[in-house]
Design a binder for this molecule. Structure first.
Ligand code: NI
Length: 268
C-alpha cells in the first residue's frame, strides 16, 4: 500500500457508474444516513472537499466504540463502496450493539481522479507520527486536529479499508497488544480468505508477512498513530486490485461486518 503511483485507476461498478463517481457516492451516503438513523457531519474540509463522518448505532455508554475509515488512497475504491454497501444492508441488531463512527472517504480528490495520492500529491496515510521526511497531508491535518474525538471513537477497535491494486492475493495488517496475532487478526484474515487466495509468506511492501498477516508493523500511518494513542486494536485490510471490483467490494463489506461482529467478544 505504499507505492506512490500516479497512474489513474477506475472500474465500472455493476450498476454502470464509475468507481470514481463521488457525486453518486455522496448521494447514496446521504440516503443511507437518513434511512439508518446515522448522524452525517463533516470533520472539516480538506482539498476543498468535506471530510465526512457518520455516527450511529448503540447509545449505551458501555457499548463497544468502533471506528471504520476508508478511502485514504484514491486508487483503492472497493473500501468506500464496500463500506457504503455494508451500511445499506447491515443487520440492525448488529448496528445496535456497537457505537459506530465511520469516516467513509478520506481522500475525495484522489477518489475522483482514481489516483493514490490527493490533488496535492500527498499520501493521506502518512505523516501522523512526525517521522523523519513525512509531513501530514491536508486530510491528515484535519484528522490530527480531531485526535481526542477519533481516539474515543475507536477506543475498542479501528478498521481501515485499503486495496493493493497490483496484487492478486489478499492480506491484513493488524495490531494487537500481544506478541502474536490473536482471534481479532485471524478472524479478519479468514474473512478476506473467503474471497481471495492469501498472500504468500515473505514480504509485502517491505514488511514481513506470515499467514497473510503483517503483525504489529509500526509506521507513520493513521493506524499506527491511533494504536500509539491507545486504541485497543487496529487492522488495515487489503483487497487485491487484480480481481473484479464487485468481488473486492463484497469482500470489504464482509470484513467490516466481521469487524463489528468481533466487538461483543472484546475483553474476553
Ligand atoms: Ni492503501
Amino acid at each position: 500500500m505504499d507505492d506512490a503511483g500516479t497512474k489513474p485507476w477506475t472500474w465500472t461498478l455493476p450498476d454502470g457508474h464509475a468507481s470514481s463517481d463521488w457525486v453518486r457516492y455522496r448521494r447514496r451516503l446521504e440516503t443511507v444516513a437518513a434511512d439508518r438513523g446515522f448522524e452525517l457531519s463533516a470533520l472539516g474540509t480538506a482539498c476543498a472537499e468535506p471530510l465526512l463522518m457518520l455516527r450511529g448505532g448503540a447509545t449505551s455508554p458501555s457499548a463497544p466504540r468502533l471506528l471504520v475509515a476508508s478511502g485514504f488512497h484514491g486508487e483503492e475504491p472497493a473500501g468506500p463502496w464496500g463500506l457504503l454497501e455494508f451500511l445499506e444492508a447491515a443487520d440492525q441488531a448488529l448496528l445496535s450493539r456497537v457505537r459506530l463512527t465511520v469516516l467513509p472517504l478520506i481522500n475525495v480528490t484522489g477518489f475522483r481522479a482514481g489516483t493514490r495520492l490527493n490533488i496535492h500529491g500527498e499520501n493521506p496515510n502518512r505523516g501522523y507520527l512526525g517521522l523523519p521526511g513525512e509531513n501530514p497531508s491536508h486530510e491528515g491535518r484535519q484528522l490530527l486536529a480531531h485526535r481526542d474525538l477519533l481516539l474515543e471513537a475507536g477506543r475498542d477497535g479501528l478498521l481501515t479499508c485499503h486495496e493493493d491494486v497490483l496484487l492478486s492475493h489478499g492480506y491484513v495488517y493488524s495490531c494487537e497488544r500481544a506478541a502474536a496475532p490473536g482471534a481479532f487478526s485471524r478472524t479478519l484474515l479468514a474473512a478476506n480468505a473467503a474471497f481471495f487466495p492469501v498472500h504468500a509468506d515473505g514480504a509485502v511492501d517491505g514488511c514481513p508477512i506470515a499467514g497473510g498477516i503483517v503483525f504489529n508493523h509500526h509506521d507513520g500511518s493513521f493506524e499506527s498513530w491511533l494504536m500509539e494513542l491507545g486504541v485497543a486494536r487496529a487492522a488495515c485490510v487489503e483487497t487485491p486490485g487484480q480481481h473484479p471490483i464487485e468481488r473486492r467490494i463484497a469482500a470489504q463489506r464482509a470484513m467490516i461486518e466481521t469487524f463489528l461482529n468481533f466487538a461483543p467478544d472484546l475483553g474476553d
